[in-house]
Design a protein around this ligand. Sequence first.
Ligand code: PEP
Ligand code: MG
Length: 880
Amino acid sequence: SKMVYYFGKTKTEGRKESKTLLGGKGLNLAEMTAIGLPVPPGFTITTEVCDGYYKAGKKLPKGLMDEVNAAVKTLEKELKKPFGDDSNPLLVSVRSGAAVSMPGMMNTILNLGLNDVSTAGLAKATKNERFAYDAYRRLINMYGDVVMGLEHHMFEEAFDKVKKKYKVTEDTEVPAEGLKELCEAYKAVYKKGTGEDFPQDPVHQLQLAIEAVFGSWNADRAISYRRIESAKGNTLIGSLVGTAVNVQAMVYGNMGDDSGTGVGFTRDPNTGQNKFYGEFLINAQGEDVVAGIRTPQPVSEMGKWDKAAHKELMEIKKTLEDHYTDMQDIEFTIEKGKLYMLQTRTGKRNGIAAVKIACDMVKEGLITEKEAVMRVPASDLTHCLLPSFKPTARNAADVLCRGLNASPGAAVGKLAFTANDARARFEAGENVILVRRETSPEDVEGMSAAVGILTSTGGATSHAAVVARGWGKCCVAGASEVVINEKTKKITVNGRTFGEKDIISLDGTTGEVMAGEVETQEPKLSGDFAKLMTWADKYRRLAIRTNADSPADSKRAREFGAEGIGLCRTEHMFFEADRIIHMRSMILAETEKDRRTALKKLLPFQRKDFEGIFKAMAGLPVTVRLLDPPLHEFLPHGDAAQKDMAKELGVKVAEIKSRSEVLHESNPMLGHRGCRLSVTYPEILEMQVQAIVEAAISCAKKKIDAKPEIMIPLVGTAAELRILREKVLETIETTKQAKKFTGKLDISVGTMIEIPRACLTANEVAEYADFFSFGTNDLTQMTFGYSRDDVGGFLPDYIEHKIVPVDPFQSLDTSGVGQLVAMGVEKGRSTKPKLKVGICGEHGGDPASIDFCDSVGLDYVSCSPFRVPIARLAAAQATL
Ligand code: PEP
Ligand code: MG
């Protein structure tokens, strides 16, 4: 098949091909050429050739160089410049370009085609000897470096000698004569290093350069980059077979003060503002902009330097946006006043900019509402929901180091080194950032008190990261350059020291740690964000609920658009100090009577919590799950804590120890938990149901429309549900009678489906259920047989070896666990066609999983409050 695709005035061949074949850069060069933009001509060698090169044991396929030579001939003819010419030579750049951009990971060679003869030709043609020899020495250096693997310092030493001879310090001060000598010196370095003369045949140079680009596809850093991106969920990058190679006629931005080069976005990628956002440098090559040696000027100033070029660039902005109907990220060069486009691609942007650009483009008539909904990556909406740094302040910030962007957001505060300090200082009104090597469950009080969390070890699924994400709190994890001294209460970062009184700023979205206070901005949930959400709501089929167990979380979720609670984990209501004591005495009780006494004391707390939640969710369903975790989770661990508990409850420590031993289980997650607790201790179920019903009655009296749904967890057999449902219905009745309530209560009784057996027998389970809610956390745990709490030990290896594509606890395993979900839905509805079915595992907030939930016909997904808008958008994207 065809290996080389030409683009230029003569012909443009690649336009109809795919990005997978030509790479992003190659395809867009063809496209820009075809729509009449000024692109230096050239040709693209396909990614398939790269694949073939590796398959053949690093050999270029037969016939490739014939096609390359033919394309070179066309190029020479079109530009009327021959390769290696002694009066006006053709020069080309050779660049990589995969289907997914891998910035800076692969090789580039510029000025290819220069040799002793053509360099003299270039000097003649440009009337600029200095320029020509500067280009030549750059080629020898780059070629030696990239193609032959010579050490850079060998060239550096030669350059220093020349500079010394001419008594100058800067590269740019070396005169033409010196650069000529430098070229000779470089050729000597090349020969010494490789044992060969620097190749004088341009076609030979080209062939080796193509092989070098292919070779860089499998350089260590490129492999690591692809592995890291895959692990982050970029599934496309793992499936690529190779890079394309783009060979393109050189244009020069360093031919004098009428030349220059720049990069930019057609709109502001930070704010989304419809204003060209870019920079340029006069008399410079592309590399100089990136290298940061000279400070570029903003493109808004470009008109002052070259009015015509600036005007043309602004016209090109419009042409590109009209054509691609999206914001573009471009590179351009001006050679002696003539503008050339070197690259365009869809521009990366943050969530805030994505929303604004999508809404603006609908207004401008470039895209439709539906396209706008599809345009914004659902997960990026988090940027819109959290405080962020003002872009101007951010750009000026003093960045100390970078860790993992574990949980997005912006935090500014003074350093606190222990959880207790953080809590105390928070209570005294300070904003603190908790700095720990890593966090543990004992730190949660301090974590919740802190405005942000910084750790020096630990990854994206470390304790700090997971907890912070759940709370929507900013966290930078694993910032290894931060050296923490807990004793002296100081951190050292790259030689700078900060103590308790010092303020730092954390950007959880980028992972950056900054010195001092960087100005933040609050999220705006109105305007464009609200508009996009309305569009999403118009197109989605799935309802969106939230997982919440406090009135405050419920209220926030409702503001984010939650249409009910899909999971209220009641065990979270037992942990506060004034409650846990009753819970513990209930657990210690040896008789039903003593248990009931303790439960009676818990009842008012539960009732109050439920009332608050029903009120916050008035008119919307609230799924309350009965007690789920194994009881030992409520007992203290360690001697000191047990002693405290004994004192508080007025019992002997030995009693607590022996009860703890009795409750100890080898596999608690597979042990006495969930509905099994209600079978053994029905009085717990009775207390909880009584609290729910009393709260509902109290709401009814206040004309608050409460819609409780009582959910029984961890059901694996229909019989469990039959017995417990009976118990629940009985308790509802007795409570109503005790309260002498004769009105109607809207209470349904359903179950979680989180054990594989419940999926397999869902037709039987459905007999006793008004609704199903898939608990995909446990379902994933039990389907894979991976302990949810212990995956950290092996899952990273599994992902690295591609045994699993992503963490199945984050994104639903659609081919395995998902099949059980699909079966559960189908079997359940075979018994009850109208059975309401939802999901409340963590997957309910993951866009890919939501797409699956939509496809198998669930009625709703339920996720943490902060993910509700993401779920609304993802649900719309699933239907479009
Ligand atoms: C589940 O298992 O998916 C679930 C939501 O319950 P929990 O995480 O509380 O076990
Ligand atoms: Mg569960």
